[in-house]
Design a protein around this ligand. Structure first.
Ligand code: ZN
Ligand code: ZN
Length: 145
C-alpha cells in the first residue's frame, strides 16, 4: 500500500485530521533509520513545510506513538523515535548518541517462550543496551594515549 495512504488512513481512523504537515512528519520519522530526535525531524520537515512548529512535531509523534507506529526511546534526558516496532535490540552509544538496531531471532524466541510460560500477552517491547560503540572506543583510546 502507498505509505502515504497508510498514514492518512491511520490518522483519520483514529479521529485525527491528516494535514499535509502531519503526513510529512510521519513520513520523515517512519522512513528514518537513525532513531532521530524531535528536533532532527523538525529540521528535516522544515525544508518542505517552512512554517511547521516544533510543537506540531511533538504532537504528531505522540499521535504516532499512540497508534503504535513507533517507539519512544528516552534515555539521558533525551527522547529518540524508533519506527522499528518489531522486537530488536537498541544498542545505544552513550558517547555519540548513535543507536544501532540489532535483529536477533534467538532473543525473540526466548522472550516468546518466557511470555508463554508466564501466560503473558506481549503488546510492545523495548530492549536497550547502553555502552560505547566501536568508533567511539577507538577515539577514547587515542585520546587516552
Ligand atoms: Zn559512539
Ligand atoms: Zn531501534
Amino acid at each position: 500500500m502507498d505509505p502515504n495512504k497508510r498514514i492518512v488512513d491511520a490518522l483519520r481512523s483514529s479521529g485525527y485530521k491528516a494535514t499535509p504537515q502531519r503526513v510529512a512528519i510521519a513520513q520523515t520519522v517512519l522512513r528514518s533509520k537513525n532513531h532521530p530526535s524531535a528536533e532532527t525531524i523538525h529540521e528535516e520537515v522544515l525544508r518542505l513545510h517552512p512554517t511547521v512548529s516544533l510543537s506540531t512535531v511533538y504532537n504528531t509523534l505522540h499521535i504516532l506513538r499512540e497508534m503504535n507506529f513507533l517507539n519512544e526511546l528516552t534515555f539521558n534526558g533525551t527522547t529518540r523515535y524508533d519506527p522499528n516496532i518489531s522486537l530488536h535490540i537498541n544498542m545505544i552509544c552513550l558517547h555519540c548518541g548513535k543507536i544501532i538496531d540489532v535483529e536477533e531471532p534467538s532473543l525473540e524466541e526466548s522472550i516468546n517462550k518466557i511470555a508463554e510460560r508466564k501466560g503473558f500477552k506481549i503488546t510492545g517491547q523495548r530492549v536497550d543496551i547502553y555502552g560505547v560503540c566501536k568508533p567511539c572506543q577507538k577515539h577514547e583510546n587515542s585520546v587516552g594515549l
